[in-house]
Structure formats: structure tokens, C-alpha cells
Design a protein around this ligand. Structure first.
Ligand SMILES: CC/C=C\C/C=C\C/C=C\C/C=C\CC/C=C/C(=O)SCCNC(=O)CCNC(=O)[C@H](O)C(C)(C)COP(=O)(O)OP(=O)(O)OC[C@H]1O[C@@H](n2cnc3c(N)ncnc32)[C@H](O)[C@@H]1OP(=O)(O)O
Ligand SMILES: Cc1cc2nc3c(=O)[nH]c(=O)nc-3n(C[C@H](O)[C@H](O)[C@H](O)COP(=O)(O)OP(=O)(O)OC[C@H]3O[C@@H](n4cnc5c(N)ncnc54)[C@H](O)[C@@H]3O)c2cc1C
Length: 674
């Protein structure tokens, strides 16, 4: 066993990997964090939050009953929330603590193997107050929410409808006599369903309901609604609330249901930044864009790109470290069993996961900056950039969550049987991330939103009208010839753009054909949706590839030579991987030949070998403390087998030498006495 500086016993294979890494790991950490200052700040926050040991459980969460798990999650949420109010607020440098800080959010992961019941409070309740309230409403609600005097959630989805927001059934009918809204759930399918924290934790929630005033329906609007007594926590009269039951993941989030029986709230509890109901019941539209009430969802879609990049970084750290210590099979009889990381197929599974974590992390920062710019313009009353941003955030949310879930599962495959253990950490990561593909807008549904924008942009390009930046490549779609293949990074990115343009063109052509053949526009669109989803996916891949490449070139401009090399290798790997995944499309829409593709496959395999010696260094650069990984397979010291055994011995099943089930069932059955 090898000793490191701080006297930690490290598995010798991992120590050897670290010794052969040829680049400065800390420099890459700074790139991933967005600069040295951010790394220092992150480390300080992690030290304060994690060094006290407050995040640890006496008994592993996985051995607790659902009720114990929930209560334990609330206990730790309260500890973490108190830390945020006290020590962490100042350190994070945020005006309003925690609300938009990925570091605070990530550090919280050390406290929860699943999720905090407060996630929706900070993730959606507070952002909705910030985004949908008038200044007066904000000054009343925000301090109470930030100080955790009230805890809230976001209740939009109903039993009958999640995707189709305009189809929600909960009603909020204005009564000018009492200056109140009457909230009502007219059907079973109108019951709110899913909101995190609603089951048992929160006492307030944002409720999205159909607004009726003066006999007219004005569509869905947000309201802030008290559902439990602020002192006793008992549900208020007219409220039917509870928890929805066990799920694939999110089992500490007490997702809930909620129904209203003619439940009254004051007029001022409608969130009135974008639309108002006056005392006499007159409806006044304030916003210049009809979809601004969907703002919290857009915010969360942006945040999620960062969130899944982080979770993918965790899964790849676990799988790469494990693959460095795991030895299996004997391809060369005279040599020792190789580390499984030496198998090229294993590298193929894992290095794309590392590269994707980088790509999504850098895209998320870029997306966040674009979002800030759109918000700044909207403050000045200009909503022109919103449609493009909605299209962009929709596809990035869809692709980042879907790719991350797929790659986390691939990391599990890469860990063989041990990856299936809860203690490996990977099942919890997968259960969490696979939900992100559905919530906040399902994958297909969001890609179809992007496709709407692409088709419109294509028609603008056809009419030689100006295009917005992310679709400017569509202007080249009318050259009449196939894009010229060239295997340089820029050449591959141009080819990805050609694929997106080509696929969009095919959709438009097919829809026009179908309409000429007599189909309505809606039916022609519906018949083309498989290809529209594929076009939006291709567009998103082109955006990610272009952004990742540009950002890496910019961020490594002053890096040391070896860091430049390894970062260039990772971006190139990302481009080769996706080109090889899309060979059929490339043959359709570019001049690529069979020989070009065979050469590209060989170049890809050689690239895997070049990255191999730096693989552990690359995941170390994510700088994920053991407390965040929660993994027997992925800890920094690589004591995998010791940890697996330690965890197995903690199982309550091992507390008694003979299980009660023996005398109750096994023995009678075996003795023929059952
Ligand atoms: C410290 C802690 C901080 C952070 C925490 C970190 C991490 C995570 C944070 C929190 C989250 C944690 C857990 C979340 C749990 C889950 C919560 C939820 O799921 S909440 C519910 C979410 N629900 C959805 O997302 C529903 C999806 N459906 C829709 O968005 C819409 O219905 C849909 C877009 C599908 C269609 O809307 P519709 O009104 O029917 O529009 P239509 O199709 O007719 O289009 C009309 C027109 O409007 C444009 N448009 C649609 N949406 C938007 C938008 N948001 N912005 C701008 N424009 C929009 C649409 O493109 C179309 O335009 P054109 O006519 O084509 O021009
Ligand atoms: C873990 C978790 C937490 C959640 N938390 C919250 C919360 O806090 N608050 C809240 O309000 N909601 C929450 N939700 C609900 C979530 O937002 C919805 O489940 C999600 O938006 C999908 O909607 P749906 O369930 O109605 O799916 P559906 O729309 O019924 O989708 C079912 C299938 O139909 C397809 N489909 C639907 N419409 C179309 C279409 N127009 N074209 C093509 N295909 C279509 C979808 O692609 C999908 O394959 C949560 C969900 C989960 C899983």
C-alpha cells in the first residue's frame, strides 16, 4: 500500500495512475469551476459545510424505513438550511442565499443520498416569488421565504395534465364581493400531483390555476397559497393534501397531492407581475409576452444543465477510479491481469462520459450567461430574444438530461456487478438524473418546441431574412450541394450543422408534401414529429459541440502546454464520438466517404489510448470530495473491497446469525411441516 502526503492509505494502482498523469490537475479543476477564484470559494464552502461531519448518518439511509428516511432528510435539511443562513450565506457571496448558487446546491448533496425535501423551496418557490411577483409582493414574501419562516413548493402538474399546461383544470375564480379568489379542484384529474415537499414538509405553495373573473377564463396564472397552519402545520380547512407514495428515486422529497374545496385566498395572493386582477375584477395584462408566466420553468431548465453535468462528473469519477483498481481476465497469459481501464471498450464507455461532463458544464455556464442577457433585455421591456432562448434552453435541457442519464447508466455497466450496489453511488445518481429527463418538460415535448423554432428559422432563411445567432448556419442550407467533410474540429462542427439543416429541410419538405396531399397543417406536423425531434436533437448537438470547442479554446488560451493538449484531446474525442454515432446522417448530408469514416474510427481509437494515462487525473480534476460521491467504488483512496465489506457488514440482515425467517418459514417447509 502506498502512502500519500496526508497519511491516507491509497490503493497502489490508483497511486500509480496519479503518478503517471502528465498535466496539472488543479489547472483543469479551475477550468471546470470557471476560474481559480471559484475553486477557492467552493473549497471554503465545502470545508465549512462538511468538515464538522454534520452530513453523516449513524445508519445508512438505504437501511431506513421510508418514514425514517424522510424524517432524517428533514433533520439534515434543517441543519443545512441553518448553515446556509449563518456561515454559508456570506461565503457564497450571494445577495439572497443559495438561490442560484450551484456550489451551495452541490455541497448539499453531501447531506442527501437522494434529495432534500427543501429542493423545491429553493429551486422553484423562491425563484417564482423573485420572477413573478410585483415589487410590493416580493418585499412581503421574499424575506419570509429566504429566512425559512415559510417553506414552499411549486404545484403546477395535476393527475390529468403535466405537459399541457393550458389543459390544467384547477380553477381560481375571483369574487369581487370579498376580494378573494376561490380555488377549486372540480375533478379527480384536477388534483395537483408531484410537487416536491408538498406531501408533508411545506406550508405554502405556488399553485398554477385557470383564472376566471367576470365570467371569463384568462388562462393559467400563478397564486401563492397557504395550505398548512404556520404553527401547528395542520392542513387548513378546504385543503386535501398528502404524499403520493414510493417512486423510482426522489424518495426523500415527499412529492405530494393537493386538492381544493372552494378554498379562499386574498386577491393579493395572485402573483401580479405579468397580469393583474383589480379589486372590481377587471383583468389587466401587463407582460408583453404571453409565456412569461412560464419563467420559473425556463430558469430550472437552465439550472438543470449544470445539475446533470455535476452528476455525470460524479458517476464518471466513480467508474474511472474503480476501473483503475479493478483487474479482470488474462488476455496475455504471462502477464498479470490488466486493470479494466486498459480495455479499449472500457475507455470507449468512460471517456465520453468525462468529455460530456466537461461539454455540459461549459455549455451550462454559457447558457446561464445568455439567460442573464435575455433577462436584462426583458427588464427593459424587450422580449425579442425570448423565443430563441426558449428553443435553446428546451433542447439543451432535453439533450443534457438524456445524455447524462444514458452515460450514468453506462458508468454502471462499466462497474460490472459492484456498480449495481446502492453503496456504489451510481444507482442513486441514475434514479435522480433519469427523472430530470421527464420533469420540467419531457424530452420529446421540449425537442418539439425547439423544432417549431427551427422550422420558422428555416423559412426565414429561405426568404433570405436575417437569422438569430444559434441558427445562423441555416443560411447555408440552400447552397444546393452537400457540406464538404473535413475531419478537423471545425470541419466536424460544420458537418453537425449541415446535419441539423439537412434534417430540418427534410421535415419542411415532407410537411409541405403532406399538406399538398390534403393533410391539415396540424396533421402534417404530427406525421413529421419523429424527424422533427431528430432535427432538434441534431441542432442541439451542433450547438453543444460548437460551444464546447469555442469555450475550451478560450479558457485554455493561457494554460500550460499539457493541459492544452489534454483538453484538446477531450473535445476532439467528443466530436469524433458523435460523428461516429451519426455516420448514416453524415453520409446523407455531407460529402464524407466510407474511407473517411473508417479513418475516423481509427483516429478515435488512437485518441482513447492517448487519453488513457490521464484518465484518473481527469476525474480527480472534478475535485469531488468523498462526502459528495457517497461511493464504495469511487472514493479517493480506492479502498474498494474494504469499503464494500464494511458496508455489507452494516446491513441489519447481518445483525443476527440466523434470520427469523428460518424458524417461521424455511424450517417448517424443509421439514415438511408447512
Ligand atoms: C440552491 C438551490 C437551487 C437550485 C436547485 C438546483 C437544481 C434543480 C432546481 C430545481 C428543480 C428541482 C426539482 C424540480 C422538480 C420538478 C418540477 C417540475 O416539473 S414543475 C412542472 C414543469 N412542467 C413543465 O415543464 C411542463 C412542460 N410544458 C410546457 O412547458 C408547455 O406546456 C409547452 C411548452 C409544452 C407548450 O405550452 P403551450 O402553452 O401549449 O404553448 P404552445 O405549444 O401552444 O406554444 C405557444 C408558443 O409559446 C411558445 N412557448 C412555450 N413555452 C414557452 C416559454 N417557456 N417561453 C417562451 N415561449 C414559450 C412556444 O414556443 C410557441 O411559440 P410559437 O407559437 O411557435 O412562436
Ligand atoms: C421526480 C419528479 C418530480 C416532479 N416534481 C414536480 C413539481 O415539483 N411540481 C410540478 O408541478 N410537477 C412536478 N413533476 C411533474 C413533471 O413536471 C411532469 O411529470 C412532466 O412535465 C411530464 O408531464 P406528464 O407527466 O404529464 O407526462 P405526459 O405529458 O403525460 O407524457 C407522457 C408521454 O407522452 C408524450 N407526450 C405528451 N405530450 C406530447 C406531445 N404533445 N407530443 C408528443 N408526445 C407527447 C411524452 O413525450 C411522454 O412520452 C415532477 C415529476 C417527477 C417525475
Amino acid at each position: 500500500m502506498t502512502q500519500t502526503n496526508n497519511n491516507m492509505t491509497v490503493n497502489p494502482d490508483l497511486a500509480m495512475e496519479r503518478a503517471k498523469c502528465n498535466f496539472n490537475v488543479l489547472e483543469v479543476t479551475h477550468i471546470f469551476d470557471g476560474g481559480e477564484r471559484n475553486t477557492l470559494q467552493r473549497k471554503k464552502i465545502e470545508d465549512v459545510a462538511l468538515n464538522s461531519g454534520a452530513s453523516k448518518d449513524a445508519l445508512g439511509e438505504e437501511h431506513m424505513s421510508p418514514k425514517e428516511k424522510y424524517e432524517n432528510a428533514v433533520r439534515k435539511s434543517c441543519i443545512y438550511a441553518t448553515m446556509m443562513k449563518n456561515e454559508l450565506a456570506e461565503l457564497s457571496g450571494l445577495e439572497s442565499f443559495g438561490v442560484s448558487s450551484p456550489v451551495i446546491r452541490r455541497t448539499a448533496d453531501a447531506f442527501f443520498k437522494e434529495v432534500s425535501p427543501f429542493l423545491l423551496h429553493l429551486g422553484m418557490f423562491v425563484p417564482t416569488i423573485m420572477g413573478q411577483c410585483t415589487p410590493e409582493q416580493q418585499s412581503y414574501w421574499l424575506p419570509r421565504a429566504l429566512d425559512m419562516q415559510i417553506i414552499g413548493t411549486y404545484a403546477q402538474t395535476e393527475l390529468g395534465h403535466g405537459t399541457f399546461i393550458r389543459g390544467l383544470e384547477t380553477t381560481a375564480t375571483y369574487d369581487p364581493e370579498t376580494e378573494e379568489f376561490v380555488l377549486h379542484s372540480p375533478t379527480l384529474s384536477s388534483y395537483k400531483w408531484w410537487a416536491g415537499g408538498l406531501g408533508k414538509t411545506v406550508n405554502y405553495c405556488i399553485v398554477v390555476a385557470q383564472l376566471y373573473t367576470k365570467g371569463e377564463c384568462h388562462g393559467t396564472h400563478p397564486f401563492i397559497v397557504q395550505i398548512r397552519d404556520e404553527d401547528t402545520h395542520v392542513p387548513l380547512p378546504g385543503i386535501k393534501v398528502g404524499e403520493i407514495g414510493p417512486k423510482m428515486g426522489f424518495n426523500t422529497a415527499d412529492n405530494g397531492f393537493l386538492g381544493f374545496d372552494h378554498y379562499r385566498i386574498p386577491r393579493e395572493h395572485m402573483l401580479m407581475k405579468n397580469a393583474q386582477v383589480l379589486k372590481d375584477g377587471t383583468y389587466v395584462k401587463v407582460a408583453r409576452h404571453g409565456k412569461l408566466t412560464y419563467g420559473t420553468m425556463v430558469f430550472v431548465r437552465v439550472v438543470l444543465v449544470n445539475e446533470v453535468a455535476f452528476n455525470l462528473a460524479k458517476a464518471s469519477t466513480i467508474a474511472v477510479r474503480y476501473s483503475a483498481i479493478r483487474r479482470q481476465s488474462k488476455p496475455k497469459p504471462d502477464e498479470v491481469e490488466p486493470q479494466i481501464l486498459d480495455y479499449v471498450t472500457q475507455q470507449h464507455k468512460l471517456f465520453i462520459a468525462i468529455a460530456t461532463a466537461h461539454a455540459l458544464q461549459l455549455c451550462s455556464t454559457w447558457l446561464w450567461e445568455s439567460f442573464s442577457a435575455v433577462l436584462a433585455q426583458m427588464k427593459g421591456g424587450n422580449t425579442d430574444t425570448l423565443p430563441e432562448f426558449h428553443a435553446l434552453s428546451s433542447c439543451l435541457k432535453a439533450i443534457s438530461t438524456s445524455d447524462s442519464a444514458h452515460l450514468i447508466e453506462q458508468c454502471r455497466h462499466a462497474c460490472g456487478g459492484h456498480g449495481y450496489m446502492i453503496s456504489s453511488g451510481i444507482p442513486n445518481l441514475y434514479n435522480f438524473v433519469s427523472a430530470t429527463r421527464t420533469y420540467e418538460g419531457d424530452y420529446t415535448v421540449l425537442l418539439l418546441q425547439t423544432a417549431r423554432f427551427l422550422v420558422k428559422a428555416y423559412e426565414q432563411a429561405e426568404a433570405k431574412k436575417p437569422l438569430t445567432p444559434t441558427v445562423s448556419y441555416l443560411a447555408h442550407a440552400f447552397s444546393g450541394s452537400r457540406a464538404t467533410w473535413d475531419n478537423s474540429p471545425d470541419g466536424i462542427i460544420r458537418s453537425f450543422q449541415a446535419l441539423a439543416a439537412g434534417k430540418t429541410a427534410v421535415c419542411v419538405t415532407n410537411m409541405r408534401k403532406r399538406m399538398r396531399a390534403g393533410l391539415s397543417q396540424v396533421d402534417a406536423w404530427e406525421m413529421s414529429t419523429i424527424q422533427l425531434v431528430a432535427a432538434a436533437e441534431a441542432h442541439c448537438r451542433a450547438v453543444i459541440a460548437d460551444t464546447y470547442r469555442k469555450e475550451i479554446v478560450r479558457l485554455t488560451a493561457n494554460s500550460s502546454p499539457n493541459v492544452k493538449v489534454v483538453m484538446d484531446q477531450l473535445t476532439t474525442l467528443y466530436l469524433y464520438y458523435w460523428a461516429l454515432e451519426r455516420t448514416g446522417d453524415l453520409l446523407m448530408f455531407t460529402s464524407v466517404s466510407q474511407k473517411d469514416l473508417v479513418d475516423l474510427q481509427i483516429a478515435y481509437e488512437e485518441l482513447l489510448l492517448k487519453i488513457r494515462p490521464n484518465a484518473v487525473g481527469l476525474v480527480d480534476a472534478f475535485d469531488l470530495r468523498d462526502e459528495l460521491l457517497h461511493s464504495t467504488l469511487g472514493s479517493y483512496d480506492g479502498r474498494v473491497y474494504e469499503r464494500l465489506m464494511e458496508e455489507a457488514l452494516k446491513s441489519p440482515m447481518n445483525k443476527e446469525p440466523v434470520s427469523d425467517a428460518y424458524s417461521k418459514y424455511l424450517r417448517p417447509m424443509m421439514k415438511g411441516k408447512l
